[in-house]
Design a protein around this ligand. Structure first.
Ligand code: UD1
Ligand code: UDP
Length: 384
């Protein structure tokens, strides 16, 4: 039996971890024992506990309760806490997801004491180092032993950075193995899609008309913390609901809630409050989110995960950033990058209204990425 230690901390990581935990439970329960460490980066019930309750993920064995803070302080407290647990538990490998500060802390803590790092969602690049996530993911990739890229573009980014496509086993941080594995989030979206149907009455209770509402999410620091960009985003949303006689729901990340009143300015804040077509909600559960994604007309988002889920459920997506790691979505024209630019957002919306026949090719695997990843982990541990 091999012991795996999984570090999670932010909302999307808890959701991603559900796929691997499920694969381990269903296929490798006699070979892998998973220990879950929650850093406590996200801590509100609707940013954390709701996902454990809803998605059948085992409760964390440890919670470091680091809470919020500056990048340096938050990451430092995490590194110290994770190191202590690694020294005590002595796992055969550490599993990390994505690109948050919790990911970076895990990769630094484990690699320095020679515990192999498995990075799920490796290889993604925005080529914009002003994003904290770009730094976290590059550093994590470069100390990892097994790197699982969800997309072909991610795999190719790693090859361009010098990774050998066909190294000989045994693998190590100095002889890493890269894979194009498919996306565990696609596994989850397929797996939970039917269950999410139960949430349709909830959507109707919110007063939303199925098929005629926009789903929006905003949480990137360069949008929430920049009054000009945040105002452009909210002016666009107000314009769209009025111009196209539609509704919009915005499940709001706590970072955005906290900045709204301050950064929108009094006039826009009052206007937003009086726009009855816009429904501002606290963060919703994953099943509620999938139900919204399945029933909306279009997605407006600066989230990585939500861009992809729009694609999984065949909805056009306007990306509220200047670039994306999920370049395939833009290449096949189901998503348009509009940044926080009111004119570009409105043009993109109008383009989608005139182009209803979009393509959604199978770019994210076969829904069994987590099974593949766990089988490769087992193979690696047996060979090393
Ligand atoms: C983090 C990740 C980002 C990811 C996002 C997912 C980093 C650098 N960023 O961004 O990559 O896309 O999670 O949602 O790791 N807050 C609360 N309650 C909570 C959590 C946060 O009120 O439960 C508020 C706090 O004021 C906090 C702010 O949100 O300062 C930002 O939280 P933080 O975890 O630092 O970054 P996110 O913006 O959530
Ligand atoms: N999500 C959720 N409830 C919400 C908003 C998002 O369950 O109110 C889910 C969403 O479906 C996706 C993940 O959280 O699976 C994306 O997280 P987020 O946008 O916070 O981070 P990112 O993917 O940008 O790192």
């Amino acid at each position: 039996m091999f012991k795996l230690l999984t570090v999670i901390g932010a909302r999307p990581q808890i959701i991603k971890a559900a796929a691997l935990s499920r694969a381990i439970k269903n296929h490798y329960a006699n070979q892998l024992k998973e220990i879950i460490v929650h850093t406590g980066q996200h801590y509100d019930d609707n940013m954390s506990q709701v996902f454990f309750n809803e998605l059948g993920i085992p409760q964390p064995d440890y919670n470091l309760q680091v809470g919020s803070g500056s990048h340096g302080k938050q990451t430092a407290v995490m590194i110290s806490g994770i190191e202590e647990i690694l020294l005590k538990e002595k796992p055969a490998a550490l599993i990390l997801y994505g690109d948050t500060n919790s990911t970076l802390a895990g990769s630094i803590a484990a690699s320095k004491i020679h515990i192999p790092v498995v990075h799920i969602e490796a290889g993604l690049r925005s080529f914009n180092k002003a994003m904290p996530e770009e730094i976290n993911r590059i550093l994590t990739d470069h100390v990892s032993t097994l790197l699982f890229s969800p997309t072909k573009a991610g795999f190719e980014n790693l090859v361009k950075e010098g990774y050998d496509e066909n190294p000989l086993a045994p693998y190590s941080a100095d002889n890493p193995k890269i894979y194009h594995s498919g996306d565990v989030m696609y596994d989850n979206s397929l797996y939970f899609s039917t269950l999410a149907e139960k949430k349709t009455p909830w959507i109707e209770n919110l007063g939303l008309q199925k098929g005629n509402f926009i789903l929006a999410t905003i949480h990137r620091d360069n949008n929430t913390d920049n009054p000009k960009r945040l105002s452009a985003l909210f002016n666009s949303m107000i314009h769209l609901v009025k111009e196209y006689k539609t509704q919009l729901i915005l499940p709001l990340h706590p970072r955005t809630s906290k900045s709204l009143e301050k950064n929108l300015g009094d006039r826009l804040w009052q206007k937003l409050k009086s726009t009855s077509e816009i429904c501002i909600n606290p963060p919703v559960s994953f099943l509620e989110m999938i139900a919204l994604e399945k029933n909306c007309s279009l997605v407006l988002t600066d989230s990585g995960g939500v861009q992809k889920e729009a694609f999984f459920f065949k909805k056009p997506c306007i990306i509220l950033r200047s670039e994306t790691e999920w370049v395939e979505l833009v290449e096949c024209k189901s998503a348009i990058i509009a940044d926080a630019d009111q004119h570009r957002i409105e043009s993109a919306y109008s383009w989608f209204m005139n182009h209803p026949d979009l393509r959604y090719p199978p770019l994210f695997g076969d829904g069994k990425a987590a099974e593949f990843i766990s089988s490769e982990i087992v193979k690696h541990l047996n060979n090393s």
